[in-house]
Design a protein around this ligand. Structure first.
Ligand code: GTP
Ligand code: MG
Length: 198
């Protein structure tokens, strides 16, 4: 599957303000700066679609994109960004939790982690929360171009170990790079499969 046309639909501060739609929706989450917006642009062949930044905390609202009139992408704000106030962080977390629990057309969530960094407590906490809340999700390791093969294998193994403490079944894991487009066919193929089933 290749994306032909992706367009920005709008951004909202709260999930209950978003239009109720039946189109399958795929959301992207992960720590600030992990590369959510970059991955969305890579998948959609559209560099400026989702705004990216070298500074963490760029995406602060729920941003919706239409893809070929067939599916939707929701770019979520990053979690765990230390530079926003405590109050604002709490708001983010409620905004995200509300969206993930209530969005009826949410088909699958992509949880992004940076392949160069060992599992962080906040990532494990988020994954555990998603699992406990029955949110369908898969994981995507980002910035593979910056991590060596050995580091990629090590990070994946560390996640397996950390998640095995709680979960019997481990999530599907994709390795990606927005720079080299590694992982693009696999992730788009997965999205296509999800849509065929929904
Ligand atoms: P927030 O919206 O702030 O939560 O961040 P985000 O997760 O959307 O990250 P964003 O896509 O804005 O990328 C953050 C930085 O990482 C930017 O400087 C990107 O160019 C860089 N980046 C993202 N993906 C990759 C990648 O696969 N490889 C490399 N080398 N850099 C990447
Ligand atoms: Mg972003």
């Amino acid at each position: 599957m290749e994306v032909k046309k992706a367009t920005f639909k709008g951004s909202w501060e709260r999930a209950d303000q978003m239009p109720q739609l039946r189109t399958p929706e795929f959301a992207f989450i992960g720590r600030s700066n992990v590369g959510k917006s970059s991955l969305i642009n890579m998948l959609c062949n559209h560099k400026g679609l989702a705004k990216t930044s070298a500074k963490p905390g760029k995406t602060q609202t729920l941003n919706l994109f239409d893809v070929d009139g067939k599916w939707l992408i929701c770019d979520l704000p990053g979690y765990g960004y230390a530079k926003v106030s405590k109050e604002r962080r709490f708001q983010f977390s409620n905004m995200i939790k509300y969206y993930l629990n209530k969005r009826e057309n949410l088909t699958c969530l992509f949880v992004l982690i940076d392949l160069r960094i060992p599992p962080q407590a906040i990532d494990i906490a988020f994954i555990n929360w998603a699992g406990e809340n029955g949110i369908p999700f898969v994981m995507v390791g980002t910035k593979a171009d910056k991590a060596g093969k050995k580091q990629v294998a090590e990070t994946l193994e560390n996640y397996k170990v950390a998640l095995s403490e709680i979960w019997e079944e481990l999530p599907t894991f994709y390795v990606s790079s927005s720079e080299t487009k590694e992982g693009k066919p696999e992730i788009l193929g997965f999205i296509q499969e999800c849509m065929a089933q929904s």
